[in-house]
Design a protein around this ligand. Structure first.
Ligand code: SF4
Length: 394
């Protein structure tokens, strides 16, 4: 395998792949007109053009404001959250501890969105891939991965992705749009609905289609509802967000009160290889990301997970492993080694098992925790880096 500098860089001159990093403002609705309307005995109107509000797009405090804006008590929001996220209600009629009149009023100003799988594929190892159709016709995928006592759901946060990582099929599709809060959460509800009784999703990973921190507001609002005790009630230790390392968003994240596990897609021990595999490294280079990781305010007893997709002849040598030990010194970390999932259209190769094993041994001898992640769901294109390309590229 040639070194990155000898290769034709597919991203040269295409700074590229449109990278869109600006943050959107929070979801807005204007309670004032509806309060006025309520006082005048008119049905309240929210949002532009009187559009009804998707309740699953509202955070707890927004739901409080929303209810107050048409004269309802705040405690009602807890009842509504439980119906939406714990009981999976799909209509207001199911909310039997709310009066009929209140349910009618709610249905005039809001609605409950749902997602239904268009297709579910199952691999021999039990991994299931869900193809979900969104309101506007776009499609996303979520993957359910059983592993001993764990049942992990991998969620998408965008339709497509702008970051163009070379080892990832989603990156080849480009970015179409961000998912709304409800579209992120509805993936959990759609999958949970078809699980057998007494089976629960134990872990959530935001590692599906898209870069979660490029959809910052919606992703964080969705996580807040995942950990909210009146909504999904996931432990924050069982939620992992994986990012390519968007520094402004990581800085912003370091000031947030909300907590979850952080994973950074590293994939190289030096700049040139990382820029080749991940064009975003030209904007946020490895050395700056690692410097930031050293000061990132981690919760007690937590570590940053570094994901390392192993590519033959690119980042899998003993020297690479030794460099990795050096650059990760001083960062509480764990490394997930992911041998590349080869796929048509990805111009890279998976290293041999021996090479992966040797790489792991060197890291461990150097005092790092390194785990080889055997990818699941490869035969249904559900493994890491294989999501959604087929449907979006059609
Ligand atoms: S690995 Fe993640 S950030 Fe990179 S292209 Fe794929 S979905 Fe986007």
């Amino acid at each position: 395998m040639k070194s990155p500098s000898e290769k034709v860089d597919p991203f040269d001159g295409v700074q590229g792949t449109p990278i869109r990093l600006e943050n959107k403002g929070p979801l807005r609705f204007n309670p004032e007109p509806s309060t006025r309307a309520h006082a005048e005995g008119q049905p309240p109107i929210f949002g532009q053009g009187g559009r009804r509000v998707d309740l699953k797009n509202l955070s707890l405090s927004e739901l409080n404001q929303f209810l107050e804006s048409f004269g309802k008590e705040r405690y009602r929001s807890v009842q509504i959250l439980r119906w939406l996220y714990q009981k999976g209600a799909q209509s207001f009629d199911e909310m039997t501890n709310l009066s009929k009149r209140f349910r009618q009023e709610l249905s005039q100003v809001s609605f409950i969105s749902t997602l239904h799988p268009l297709r579910v594929e199952q691999a021999k190892d039990g991994t299931k891939k869900f193809l979900l159709q969104l309101e506007d016709g776009n499609r996303i995928e979520s993957v359910l991965i059983p592993d001993k006592a764990r049942l992990t759901l991998c969620l998408s946060t965008q339709v497509g992705c702008a970051f163009g990582c070379l080892f990832c099929l989603t990156g080849k599709t480009g970015w179409r749009r961000d998912l709304t809060v409800s579209e992120i959460l509805n993936q959990i509800l759609a999958v949970r609905k078809i699980l057998p009784d007494k089976t629960s999703i134990t872990n959530i990973v935001l590692m599906g289609m898209g870069e979660p921190l490029a959809n910052y507001e919606n992703t964080l609002k969705a996580i807040a509802l995942m950990v909210c005790t009146d909504a999904f009630k996931f432990s924050s230790r069982r939620i992992t967000l994986s990012t390519v390392g968007l520094l402004p968003e990581l800085e912003r994240l370091s000031k947030e009160k909300i907590s979850f596990r952080l994973a950074i897609s590293l994939n190289a021990s030096e700049e040139e290889t990382r820029s080749y595999l991940m064009p975003i490294n030209r904007r946020y280079p490895l050395n700056k990301i690692l410097a930031f990781c050293k000061i990132f305010p981690l919760r007690r007893k937590t570590r940053i997970t570094f994901e390392y997709v192993m590519v033959e002849g690119m980042n899998d040598s003993s020297q690479d492993a030794k460099k990795l030990i050096k650059i990760l010194r001083g960062i509480p970390s764990k490394i997930n080694l992911i041998p590349l999932n080869e796929a048509p259209g990805i111009p890279l190769k998976r290293p041999s098992e021996e090479k992966v094993k040797r790489f792991q041994e060197i890291l461990m001898e150097g005092g790092l925790t390194a785990i080889v992640r055997t990818s699941k769901g490869g035969e249904i294109s559900a493994a890491c880096g294989q999501l959604q390309a087929k449907e979006l590229l059609q």
